[in-house]
Design a protein around this ligand. Structure first.
Ligand code: MN3
Length: 199
């Protein structure tokens, strides 16, 4: 069974007033994400070892295997984007009580959380992702990964919030200003309700 591009949970124009324009979403979801799905399906079709496996199984079983890198990159990007679309909201930016309490316990304060997330997202050299995860020790942790990698592959924890920092995610809205894109995400777009529901 082929993998499919999931529909966005909002219209392509829904996030424009929160800093992500319709053209960004049309290209990012309809072209970039679709291209990862198409490439992944092509690899699965040619490789009987991959057939019948879930997306999660493919991501985990191809991680850090040089000969499987193209499969991992596309499977990882498919998995990452499925989460990312759910982590954006036209009414984002408001941290609900239970998550706020957990952030204060594990990361010190909401400001400290935002500073650490920004540092990870800015510090990811080149393409990649920044993540808020619930680590295996039960504590919140901020991490980053290059290219198509993710905390599912690295075993760093359950993802609560993801931010794509590939240039295709922000160039139309923020040009080269990645820090402004990150701040805008944390203040206006981040779906913290969804993050809290994963605690
Ligand atoms: Mn992307």
């Amino acid at each position: 069974m082929a993998f499919e591009l999931p529909p966005l949970p909002y219209s392509t124009s829904a996030l424009a007033s929160a800093g992500m324009c319709q053209e960004t979403l049309e290209l990012h979801h309809g072209k970039h994400h679709q291209a990862y799905v198409t490439a992944l399906n092509g690899f699965v079709e040619k490789n009987p070892e991959l057939q019948g496996k879930s997306l999660e199984e493919i991501v985990k079983s191809t991680y850090n295997k040089a000969d499987m890198a193209p499969v991992f990159n596309n499977a990882g990007q498919h998995w990452n984007h499925i989460l990312f679309w759910q982590h954006l909201s036209p009414t984002g930016g408001k941290i609900p009580g239970k998550l706020e309490k957990k952030i204060k316990e594990d990361l010190g304060s909401v400001d400290a959380f935002k500073e650490a997330f920004k540092a990870a997202a800015i510090g990811q050299f080149g393409s990649g992702w920044a993540w808020l995860v619930l680590a295996p020790d039960g504590k919140l942790k901020i991490t980053k990964t290059p290219n198509g990698s993710n905390p599912l592959a690295t075993g760093e924890g359950e993802v609560l919030l993801a931010l794509d920092v590939w240039e295709h995610s922000y160039y139309l809205d923020f040009r080269n200003r990645r820090p402004d894109y990150i701040t805008n995400f944390l203040e206006k777009l981040a779906n913290y309700e969804f993050a809290e529901s994963r605690l």
